[in-house]
Design a protein around this ligand. Structure first.
Ligand SMILES: [Zn+2]
Length: 274
């Protein structure tokens, strides 16, 4: 039988939730009118009409919940579809201090060596390992130079991400702004693990070569899938010179025409000194 009832919520003990979450759940369900239908019960994602979850829908829902601009940028450069998903995930964990660096191990009672494996000088912490360490700082400086972006480097990873600009919106290489920071964090974390667990290492110049190749592969593969409305700015033109290997897929019909058309409007820029 179908009908609307006011449900009496009583038993939550077997859900294994913490007390404060049970209280919130009870509050949310009180006086909730429940419609009983004939369909089987199932789990749905409430953020969409279809009830199906996807990363994009998750991102949209979080974005719509009134987060501050600073938080929006963190969401964007960790969870945007142009990021490498595992790189975005590790960057997100780093931003929330959830990567197991040795300073956290120490707080948990670990008493072994806790030196940063990149410089072997200072105790390892998220901000040191992923930003202020000389090794990491060189990598960030390289990346910013590669993006033609020069401004003071903040002293924490989260400040770096919050200050990260997404410029050149709607142009060909906008994805570089979006995908690059998480890729850098991910490669730094892998380099740290390479040194600890494989007793092998790359110099920072070798790591930046690797980061560049990874970003180019990511951006190119994105173009292969999304090749509409390509437009090129002067910045994009510069990026083509700096990131050898970035390519506009030649097989796209309208997109290529649009890109060439826009390029004709670009002024020639003299190459940078050096
Ligand atoms: Zn260090």
């Amino acid at each position: 039988m179908e009908g609307i009832r006011v449900w009496r919520w009583k038993q939550f003990d077997n859900l294994g939730l913490p007390t404060h979450e049970v209280k919130e759940l009870v509050k949310a369900l009180q006086h909730r009118k429940i419609t009983l239908g004939k369909e089987e019960d199932g789990v749905i994602w409430a953020g969409t009409k279809s009830g199906r979850y996807s990363t994009k829908e998750g991102y949209n829902t979080l974005s719509e919940q009134g987060h501050t601009t600073a938080k929006d940028i963190l969401l964007k450069i960790c969870w945007d579809k142009r990021c490498l998903p595992k790189a975005g995930l590790y960057a997100w964990l780093a931003l929330h201090n959830k990567l197991l660096t040795t300073d956290l191990f120490r707080k948990m009672g670990y008493e072994g060596p806790s030196k940063c494996s990149l410089c072997e000088k200072v105790e390892e912490s998220i901000n040191h390992l992923l930003l202020t360490c000389e090794y990491s700082y060189n990598c960030w400086s390289w990346l910013r130079k590669q993006l033609n972006w020069y401004s003071p480097i903040p002293d924490s990873v989260i400040a770096m991400f919050q200050a990260w600009p997404i410029m050149n919106k709607g142009y060909i290489y906008e994805g570089l702004w979006v995908a690059a920071p998480s890729m850098l964090v991910w490669e730094l974390w892998k380099e740290r693990n390479r040194r600890i667990f494989r007793e092998d290492k790359l110099e920072w110049q070798q790591l930046t070569n690797k980061i560049e190749a990874a970003i180019i592969e990511l951006i190119n593969s994105h173009y292969m899938k999304n090749h509409k409305n390509l437009e090129m700015s002067q910045w994009d033109d510069k990026m083509r010179l700096k990131w050898i290997g970035l390519k506009i897929p030649l097989f796209v019909g309208d997109g290529l025409v649009s890109a060439i058309h826009k390029r004709r409007d670009c002024k020639w820029m003299p190459p940078e000194e050096g």
